[in-house]
Ligand binder design. Sequence first.
Ligand code: SF4
Length: 505
Amino acid sequence: MISLSKSRYCGLWQCPKIAWLKKNKPDLFMLEDSIKERMKMGNEVGDLAMGLFGDYVDVTVKDGDKLDLPKMIARTQEEMTKGTAVICEASFCYNGLYCAVDILRKNGDGWDIYEVKSSSREDEKEEKKYKQVYIADIAYQKYVLEHCGIKICGVHLVQLNKAYVFDGNLDIHKLFIISDVDEEVALEEQNIAGNLAVAEKVLNSPTEPDYDLSINCKNPYLCGFWNYCSRHLPSPSVFNLYRIHFKSAVKLYKEGCISYEDLDKRSDISSKTQQRQIECYLEDKGTIIEEDNIRNFLGTLTYPLYFLDFESMQTAVPKYIGTHPYAQIPFQYSLHYIENEGGNLEHKEFLAESGPDPRRALAEQLCKDIPMGVTTVVYKKGFEGMILNQLAEAFPDLREHLLAIKEGLRDLLVPFQSGYYYNKDMGGSFSIKNVLPAVFPNDPSLNYHNLSGVQNGGEAMTIFPKIKDMASAERDKARNDLLRYCELDTYAMVKLWQELVRVSG
Ligand code: SF4
């Protein structure tokens, strides 16, 4: 007999090696910080969804940090016997197979299963990426409950409604969308016996199963073993190629095209950036500079010249009026500017108070700090443009000014991403955090790792909402850390722009 939890079953469903590694080498499990943050948001969403059907009983019991499953199973039985209509975290075990159902709801002489996910149904990319594993997850729950003798009448997926707009009163019936997934789950149920047989074999084996890298490795929701499983790859490898589709990278890998030496012989690497990556790595061509293209780009920038960077936060459940799930809420910006050619570099900054809606104060200050009709340089224009659009929509009186700032945006990413300025240290990533050390490898003032405290956008968005609960000294330090971090972002842009000016003669 094997012991399997719902999450371990889903891991196994994706790749049996995940389940084996989780059991035998759990210390190797590593998830990106952004995914961990997303999971934390999921807890808030789950708690909120418990109220979808009125009164409920949550049978969660903890023993320290861990769930006390035997007690949860016992409490579930008690509540079912009592006739409780809605039981949250309802827990069951059949033959070593455990699961806790997010919401179990009485339906006639049977029960309905509701699985709550913090993804939003309107986000097609997310939907495609995760939907199948959600179905596997629900099918497993249904299997366990039915084998415990419980009649299941319906199975449902509960997801956030991205179109929901918060009007000051949170309406959870509009915030969530409930889909019936009976048909998909019925199809998936046919695979359960086979999956459990694989689980039995894999989990009882003392030796690591031999599963090579595949398209299944793509799902970061479940597998945190990429670093371990890919340790045999050369660096760089096909997986580091600029914007390569994961499926294409796996295909090349399976064909034995793994190193840049292997890829150099391929005629199907047609992207200019990918070709340049490979050439520069193999031949070490130093820095490639396309002067004409750089000059053309610089010709689109006119004085006065502003360099802008926003920091923003995201919450699954909207907190501010007019926002929707996962909206980007800007709370900070840094602005460097030069009035005239040869003029001094000046700096302004804004950091909202943590707690209240930061957008109005930020938008007002931004309109004071950036005049209409000027050039504003950003790095990755799509993000700053989206923030300006959202602010313009939220504050009609500032709309004209905010859209004028948006009109003047110029994207400093373009000359690097387009290969006008390239060296091999950029690899396949053109984020400013990657480009900066590649262009200025020996300047400690441009090294994000030399900042005390906040060193990336993820840390900024995590720390900002917490500041409101900090004691004074801690708060001052956190605010200062945020200010210095954001300032470095725009200072970095200034330095990159100066470098382009220098090399273009
Ligand atoms: S990285 Fe890939 S092969 Fe390794 S455990 Fe995860 S899914 Fe399986």
